[in-house]
Design a protein around this ligand. Structure first.
Ligand SMILES: [Zn+2]
Length: 180
């Protein structure tokens, strides 16, 4: 069984948000187009308290119960079967979806018989990378869909470097045009 993981496609990470990923909104139609190919569709959300040490490193974003923490309005979020909330503590970066505190992602996927995880969303160089590396560590066959992710690129090429690091860790890089 394969699952689609949609990482942090939230308003604050899209253009107009407080920590926008350049062209972050462009992943939305690609992710929507992938949904028909999966029986299990899950998503993570950055879900920070108003005060967090995480905001020493980043502008405040995705604060719990604010519009910035909502999914992008064009994402077909009604099709998401479970949302995993991460970064929920005030000392917690929560880059990886496997750090979710409301539901344990690994146990959830195993309970659904999932062995293959396709990772999409924002941002390539932080939460997508951390989630895909954690999936590999937990022995899921892991793919990143490269046209369904976008990078913050705090430094130029951070996104490309993240993809190289993922490949070296045994994560497959595919595109939405590949047979998934
Ligand atoms: Zn965050």
């Amino acid at each position: 069984m394969k699952a689609l993981l949609i990482v942090d496609v939230q308003n604050d990470f899209c253009p107009g948000g407080t920590l926008a990923v350049p062209e972050g909104n462009k992943v939305v139609p690609v992710i929507n187009s992938l949904m028909d190919r999966f029986d299990v569709i899950v998503a993570s959300k950055d879900w920070h308290p108003p005060k967090s040490i995480h905001f020493d490193k980043w502008p405040p974003h995705c604060v719990q119960n604010t519009p910035g923490a909502e999914f992008h309005p064009k994402l077909q979020s009604a099709r998401i079967q479970q949302v995993f909330l991460k970064g929920t503590g005030n000392r917690d970066d929560g880059y990886s979806a496997f750090e979710a505190t409301n539901v344990d992602l690994e146990s959830y996927l195993k309970s659904k018989g999932v062995s293959e995880l396709y990772v999409t969303g924002l941002a390539t160089d932080y939460c997508v990378k951390a989630s895909a590396l954690d999936a590999r560590k937990r022995n899921f066959k892991t793919c990143v869909v490269t046209d369904a992710v976008a990078a913050v690129d705090v430094q130029p090429r951070d996104g490309e470097k993240a993809l190289e690091e993922l490949k070296a860790a045994g994560v497959a890089l595919v595109t939405s045009r590949d047979p998934i």
